[in-house]
Design a protein around this ligand. Structure first.
Ligand SMILES: NC(=O)c1ccc[n+]([C@@H]2O[C@H](COP(=O)([O-])OP(=O)(O)OC[C@H]3O[C@@H](n4cnc5c(N)ncnc54)[C@H](O)[C@@H]3O)[C@@H](O)[C@H]2O)c1
Length: 133
C-alpha cells in the first residue's frame, strides 16, 4: 500500500529555501526529511534545525542518491551546476525541481529529461503556470 506522506528534500536554505521551507512546514501530509546548504549559517538551516529536520552543511548531498523514499527535491541554490549535479546523482525515484535562468525546471522520477518549465517561483510553494519545455 502507498504511503500518505510526501517526502521532500531542500538543497539551498538561503532566502528562497527558507521561504519554501516555511510554506512546506504548514502543509499537512508533507515530511521535509533533509535540508542541505553549504553555509551552516543559512537561514533555512536554523529553521530546519528548530523543526527537528536533518541538516547537512558540508556541501555534500549523498543521502539523495541513497534514499529511495524522497519524492521531491527542491534545488534552491540558484546555481545551474548544482541542479545538473543533482540531476545526475539523485535517486531515480525522486523528482527534481529547480530554478534555472528564471525558469522552473522539473525532472520526473526515472528520467533525466526536463518535463516542464514554469514562468516563476512563488513563495507560497506553488508554481507559476507551466509552459512547454
Ligand atoms: N529569494 C526568494 O524569495 C526566493 C523564493 C523562491 C525561490 N528563489 C530562488 O532560489 C534561488 C536562490 O535564491 P536565494 O534568494 O534563496 O539566494 P540565497 O543566496 O539567499 O540562497 C542560496 C543558498 O544556496 C546555498 N548554496 C550555494 N551553493 C550550494 C551548494 N553547492 N550546495 C548547497 N548549498 C549551496 C548558499 O549557501 C545559500 O544559502 C534562486 O534561483 C531564486 O530565484 C528565491
Amino acid at each position: 500500500m502507498g504511503r500518505d506522506t510526501d517526502i521532500i528534500a531542500l538543497v539551498g536554505a538561503g532566502k528562497g529555501g527558507h521561504a519554501i521551507l516555511e510554506a512546506l512546514l504548514r502543509i499537512p501530509g508533507i515530511e521535509v526529511r533533509y535540508v542541505f546548504d553549504a553555509d551552516p549559517s543559512a537561514p533555512g538551516i536554523a529553521l530546519a534545525r528548530k523543526n527537528g529536520i536533518w541538516c547537512r552543511t558540508d556541501g555534500l548531498v549523498d543521502e539523495l542518491s541513497a534514499d529511495p523514499d524522497v519524492d521531491l527535491i527542491f534545488e534552491v541554490t540558484g546555481k545551474p551546476e548544482v541542479f545538473e549535479a543533482l540531476r545526475a546523482s539523485k535517486h531515480p525515484n525522486s523528482s527534481l525541481l529547480g530554478n534555472r535562468t528564471g525558469h522552473i525546471r522539473a525532472i520526473a522520477p526515472g528520467t533525466s529529461v526536463p518535463l516542464m518549465r514554469a514562468s516563476r517561483w512563488c513563495c507560497t510553494g506553488q508554481l507559476g503556470r507551466p509552459t512547454a519545455a
